[in-house]
Design a binder for this molecule. Sequence first.
Ligand SMILES: [Zn+2]
Length: 335
Amino acid sequence: MKVALIHSVAGANSFAPIRRPRAARANEFATTAILLLVVVALAGCASSDGPSGSSMTISECMDPASADSRDIRRNLAAIRGAPLCYRRQEVREGSFRWVFHILEHRKAPDGPFWVLPHDNEDTAFDVAVQGVVTYGGGLLAVDSSGRRSFLGQDPNRNFSTSLSESRLCRHQRQPAPGYTAAVLDHYKDRRGPYLALHNNHDGWQGNGGSGTISLYRETAVLRGFPSARAEGQLRDEDNLVFLAGLRALSSDPAARRRVSDLNAAGLNVVYKQVDARNFDCSLSDYIARHQLGDYYNLEAQYDHRQAQQEMLDRLMRTLGIKPLRQAAASPFLGG
Ligand SMILES: [Zn+2]
């Protein structure tokens, strides 16, 4: 059972809070949910296959300077300049108390929304902020004190809704329906695909550890599609768009089309065919498994900032998403 407790922690704000209706709705249900939780607790909660109980809070827009986050501080000028709304979200589930940093464009909050599960991938964070400033929308970044994992749990191996599902994943410690819903809730009422940004290490070193992502690392379930049109750093094996789906590409014309569109835009692609044996509780696999919609993960090597920014721009162009403000035409030209 998911218990949604939503309250404001910030003071008065002159900007309209984003998505107040959903927060208000959740608030109305909170009392009912707590009563149900008490009933289940009294009944002994016999079935353990499913959500055990979690709570979620999300603030109103706050001063980004108050965020306890090096990522936010590093990007403070860009965040204030746009301007973006900064909110802090907390999810309590089992022994975990997750903190998410949320940024949304105040004038265009409904644009593309990016998930950043790994707190040690600074290049991806900085590129995502520029993406929100340029195209609107927002981002969610998991805070794990600058490290990849949080209390021994990889945030990108933490997507599951039941015990039976989480048991498929070696790297998930316990089912996380509250965490999963809190992340995916940001896509409600939002058109467009699921988007993620990651950084990876140079090359790949086989299984385990870091450096596991590469265009050239092919397995029974991973296939790489180098772009013949890629130039410069976009040719790097570590810079690629990661896609996932349930079907083999040979029997999925729509997915094949996405691969060829990305390749035509000069972007390398890796496609994973997800099934119950290789499902790993990552966001990509979860979205594929539950057939929630299209998903794109922009993977780039650490510090390949320009390349990752270029990848983001090219993906937006491929998806038909335009910058909020086109460059102003010179008054000396035309007319
Ligand atoms: Zn990552």
